[in-house]
Design a protein around this ligand. Structure first.
Ligand code: NAD
Length: 473
């Protein structure tokens, strides 16, 4: 299929078909897993200044095999039905891979957030939520949105407030949306969860020496690996800063709307984020040089290329330029299916979005559980654990006659806070999920890429849900 013909959704379908052909599930079951179950397209008026604007928006629920459905809300001028369908489909497979018990969904509002002020964005978000409530497309047990491109915790707080106004007294209403601010029933560790998950995923896959050799690396491990990041938003910035701080990776280039900057010695991502906030651009960041064209990021020689902006960024037209050994899909759908064919032939390893960026939905699941249980993680056991560890350290000191330093004592006797538990749950999830994908990739001869392996893992899990539901006896 040529790139001109293949839309984002068709790319997802074609990747699905490639994997489905390697399973022995009945055709009808595979068809049911592939299709979008419910598509809601809406147009609503919002008064902006002195005039009314008609806003186009969507919510797509891809699969009802598990409820609620779950997926982010995107604000972008490029939103269209095909894109939201593709993103909703990916959510189903993503949730299955990381064992999050939800069906997939996605929302999209066709607006460019940069063209509106906060008050106008609030109006648009609240009006969109009203539409969702009216059509029963939102609710703790129905469909639970979260942030995506162009939205964040602020928009989620507006959604929560609007939902609660329309569902007064509903005990679990806080679980109608995730990615909320911490003081509005959110969870610590959600903001950086997707980027942190990308880091855990990459670290895990680079742990296997035999695989690293096969992929052309001299040494295993993320330490010292060079990275190029496209998109310095939520996912891109946390992927970069955490990979540097906790993994010892080196980010040698960053691409944003305004251009691409390079520094072979490594770019400090936290400082760059602050710089962009104050100057409105990454261009001119001390120590970096600017490449002639924004899209030159694709061809930079590096170990790991991290597209973290939008879909279809690596396509038939630029795939040949890629020099990286690994493409880490932090964004959803950044590589088109036509580009993927070219890249796989070149021996480039593509780490699929539906695994690698699943950290966001994983921690959203933790937030949803927290909202339903109405208690902060760690609140019940933290002090108890601390007392047990303190007694243990005291006993060891007494029996050995040796004492630990104050710093060591603090480290040994600490009970887990919410953020510790969230990180630990996320780390466990990414490690386990990669193991499942790797096993299919290594064990099945006909599976020659990680995306097909990930799809097979997901299809098998969703099939098994449908079969136990008795829909396909
Ligand atoms: P964001 O809005 O916070 O950041 C995206 C950044 O990409 C922005 O800074 C934007 O200026 C930049 N960008 C856009 N077009 C670009 C281009 N052509 N070149 C360079 N930079 C460009 O969005 P986000 O939440 O970080 O999402 C990014 C991607 O990750 C999306 O594909 C999204 O679906 C996916 N994702 C996000 C989450 C999440 O929790 N936020 C979870 C899973 C997947």
């Amino acid at each position: 299929m040529s790139d001109k013909q293949a839309s984002f959704y068709q790319s997802v379908e074609s990747n699905f078909d490639k994997a489905a052909a390697l399973t022995d599930h009945p055709k009808g079951l595979l068809e049911q897993i592939k299709v979008c179950n419910a598509i809601y397209q809406m147009n609503f008026p919002v008064k902006i200044g002195n005039s009314y604007q008609v806003i186009e928006a969507y919510r797509v629920q891809h699969s009802h095999h598990r409820l609620p459905t779950k997926g982010g809300i995107r604000f972008s001028s490029m939103v269209n039905q095909d894109e939201v369908m593709a993103l909703a489909s990916l959510m189903t497979f993503k949730c299955a891979i990381v064992d999050v018990p939800f069906g997939g969904a996605k929302g999209g509002v066709k607006v460019s957030p940069r063209k509106y002020n906060a008050e106008q964005l609030e109006k648009i978000t609240r009006r969109y939520t009203v539409e969702l409530v009216r059509k029963n497309f939102i609710g703790p047990g129905v469909d639970v949105p979260a942030p995506d491109y162009g939205t964040g915790s602020r928009e989620m707080a507006w959604i929560l407030d609007t939902y609660q106004q329309m569902n007064n007294g509903e005990l679990d209403s806080a679980a109608c949306v995730t990615g909320k601010p911490v003081n509005q029933n959110g969870i610590r560790g959600r903001t950086e969860a997707t980027g942190r998950g990308v880091f855990y995923g990459l670290r895990e896959m680079l742990r296997y020496e035999e695989d690293c050799k096969e992929w052309g690396f001299k040494e295993a491990g993320i330490k010292g690996k060079t990275m190029v990041i496209q998109g310095l938003g939520n996912v891109g910035s946390f992927t970069g800063s955490i990979s540097i701080q906790e993994g010892g990776a080196k980010v040698i280039a960053v691409s944003e709307i305004e251009g691409t900057i390079v520094d072979e010695n490594g770019i400090n991502i936290e400082k760059l984020v602050k710089y962009r906030k104050s100057k409105g651009s990454i261009i001119g960041f001390p120590g970096t040089k600017t490449l002639p064209k924004r899209d030159d990021w694709v061809g930079i020689d590096c170990d790991i290329l991290v597209p973290a902006a939008l879909e279809s960024q690596i396509h038939k037209g630029n795939a040949k330029k890629v020099k990286a050994k690994i493409i880490a899909e932090a964004a959803n759908g950044p590589v088109t299916s036509a580009a993927e064919e070219i890249l796989l032939k070149k021996g480039v390893v593509i780490v699929p979005d539906m695994f690698l960026n699943a950290g966001g939905v994983t921690v959203s699941y933790f937030e949803w559980l927290k909202n339903l249980s109405h208690v902060r993680y760690g609140r019940i056991q933290k002090r108890f654990d601390q007392n047990v560890y303190t007694n243990l350290v005291d006993l060891i000191q007494k029996t050995t006659g040796k004492t630990v330093s104050k710093k060591e004592r603090q480290f040994l006797t600490r009970g887990a806070d919410e953020v510790d538990l969230v990180r630990s749950g996320l780390e466990e999830t990414m490690i386990n999920s990669y193991k499942q994908i790797r096993e299919v990739y290594k064990r099945r001869k006909k599976v020659t890429d990680l995306r097909t392996a990930a799809f097979i893992v997901a299809i098998n899990k969703v099939s098994s849900d449908y079969l136990t539901l008795g829909v396909f006896p």
